[in-house]
Design a protein around this ligand. Structure first.
Ligand SMILES: [Zn+2]
Length: 308
């Protein structure tokens, strides 16, 4: 099956700092790994700039205004201990959100069934009023709201990044027709993401301990899928973070996954998407900080997306 690949060169110009792990080379590693795969049929698609109205599906007007009127000079503006805005970041952040929004709209128009958005900055930690953890806009949450506006009644996000997608969850808590199903390591920054008895039915978290085996991770992930299936989404969006890879420097000594484990998780998501959502999946890059592991994991993920 064809996979639409949404990306844009502007996203190389988000430069949080030479020391920063969320660096432009990440995007190059992903794109090069995908382009080197002769067996993949990728349909290249330009990531458009998200409009203010799209960003404001999730973020209050005042937040969007504050971010878009920043004017960083030589030094990046620091938004939180980990999150910086350089001169090129505003276009990059709008392209990152715009990619996922456009991928969902193209899916709604029936032009694509599978899409992968190779984007940065990532989005799943950005809360409506707070940039956080390398994330400026809440890319997949914005896309989920845009998907609803485009005619999909119920949208599920499956998040397999090693960190909890606190931003996506914060948005979805008020929207019972949006499901957030997420696996993360605990304990781990940002500290949230343990299942709570008070969680509404559309918020489903599962945690793995530091040092868990790949088999334990799979067993835990597998338990999320019947809940996504029962929710019966019309579209599945994936927050595809690859920092649970055993070589990842941020998840260091955390999880034990290999590229093939991400392909396995992708197939589990596809099974639900085929049964409930006519196979429609939009995936968006979140974390993953070892360049080689990131490239190989993204490739395994996209290859699985193409399996049909
Ligand atoms: Zn992460």
């Amino acid at each position: 099956m064809d996979v639409a690949l949404y990306t844009h060169a502007d996203m190389f110009d988000h430069r949080p700092g030479d020391w920063h792990p969320e660096r432009p080379e990440r995007l190059a590693a992903v794109i090069e790994a995908l382009e080197d795969a002769a067996d993949l049929c990728l349909i290249p698609a330009d990531a458009p700039l998200a409009e203010r109205g799209d960003l404001e599906l999730v973020h209050p007007h005042a937040y969007v205004e504050r971010i878009l009127t920043l004017s960083p000079g030589r030094d990046a503006v620091q938004l939180d201990p980990d999150t910086y805005v350089s001169a090129g970041s505003l276009l990059a952040a709008r392209r990152a959100a715009g990619a996922v929004v456009e991928a969902t709209r193209a899916t709604a128009r029936g032009e694509a069934t599978r899409s992968f958005c190779a984007v940065r900055p990532p989005g799943h930690h950005a809360e409506p009023e707070t940039a956080m953890g390398f994330c400026i806009f809440s890319n997949v949450a914005i896309a989920a709201r845009a998907a609803q506006a485009a005619g999909f009644r119920k949208v599920a996000v499956v998040d397999f990044d090693i960190h909890h997608g606190n931003g996506t969850e914060a948005v979805f808590r008020g929207h019972p027709e949006l499901m957030f199903a997420s696996i993360q390591q605990h304990p781990m920054w940002p500290g949230s993401g343990r299942p709570q008895a008070s969680d509404p039915p559309n918020i489903v978290n599962a945690v793995v301990a530091p040092g868990a085996s790949a088999a334990e991770w799979r067993k835990t992930f597998e338990r999320l899928m019947p809940k996504v299936d029962a929710f019966a989404p019309d579209l599945v969006i994936v927050s595809a973070g690859f920092d649970a890879h055993r070589r990842d420097p941020i998840g260091a000594a955390g999880q034990s996954l290999e590229a093939e484990d991400f392909a396995w998780a992708t197939r589990a998501i596809l099974e639900v998407a085929r049964a409930r959502a006519k196979g429609r999946v939009v995936s968006s890059l979140e974390g993953g900080y070892d360049l080689e592991a990131l490239g190989q994991s993204a490739l395994a993920h996209v290859r699985a997306l193409a399996e049909g």
